[in-house]
Design a protein around this ligand. Structure first.
Ligand code: ZN
Length: 166
C-alpha cells in the first residue's frame, strides 16, 4: 500500500528549528524516505548546485540541487521496495555514477560516484527545505540567462577544480 506523504509546501512553513538534528524528505509517492543526520544543515552554507548535462537530465531542470555527504550520516528507507538505479558511465571522469530513483514516481533520490565511495549525493528537492548552497559545479555550462548567486563558489566544471572568476 502506498500512502502519499504529507504535502511539504512552502519551505518557510518549516522553521529551521525543526531541523536541529537533521532532516527527512521523501519521494512523491512516499515509498522512499531519506534522512540526513547532521546538526549543521542550516548553520552554514551546505550542498551545491550542479549544471552538468547529466544532472540537468536527471533533475528535469536547468540545475540540480545536490548535497554530497558521508554515507554514514544518511538513512534510506524504501518501504515499498521501489528504489531503482541506473549505472551512468557517460560521466566527465569516465568513472561510474550510480543514479537512484523511485520506480513509481520517477523522483531522483541520489547518486553515488565510484570516485567517492564513502559519499552519497542527495537530491535536495526531496526535502522540505534546501540549505543555501556553498558552491556551483559546471558553472561554465550555465545558460546565458542564468544569474550568478552571490557568495556561492563557482567551479568551472567539477567541484574542487578550477574556479571561475568573479
Ligand atoms: Zn516514490
Amino acid at each position: 500500500m502506498t500512502q502519499q506523504p504529507t504535502y511539504t509546501g512552502d519551505p518557510k512553513a518549516h522553521p529551521i528549528s525543526e531541523f536541529a538534528s537533521g532532516m527527512s524528505g521523501s519521494c512523491l509517492c512516499g515509498s522512499i524516505t531519506v534522512t540526513i543526520h547532521d546538526p549543521d544543515l542550516f548553520t552554514k552554507r551546505r550542498g551545491h548546485l550542479c549544471h552538468c548535462s547529466n544532472c540537468r537530465k536527471t533533475s528535469g531542470s536547468y540545475v540540480a540541487a545536490n548535497f554530497a555527504i558521508d554515507k554514514s550520516a544518511v538513512e534510506i528507507q524504501d518501504k515499498n521496495g521501489t528504489l531503482k538505479s541506473y549505472d551512468d558511465h557517460a560521466t566527465g571522469s569516465g568513472k561510474k555514477v550510480v543514479r537512484s530513483f523511485c520506480g513509481v514516481d520517477g523522483n531522483s533520490i541520489m547518486s553515488e560516484a565510484e570516485l567517492y565511495p564513502d559519499k552519497v549525493v542527495l537530491k535536495m528537492g526531496l526535502f522540505p527545505r534546501i540549505p543555501a548552497p556553498e558552491a556551483e559545479a559546471f558553472g561554465a555550462h550555465k545558460h546565458e540567462w542564468e544569474e550568478t548567486l552571490e557568495g556561492v563558489v563557482q567551479f568551472e566544471t567539477a567541484r574542487g577544480g578550477k574556479k571561475l572568476e568573479g
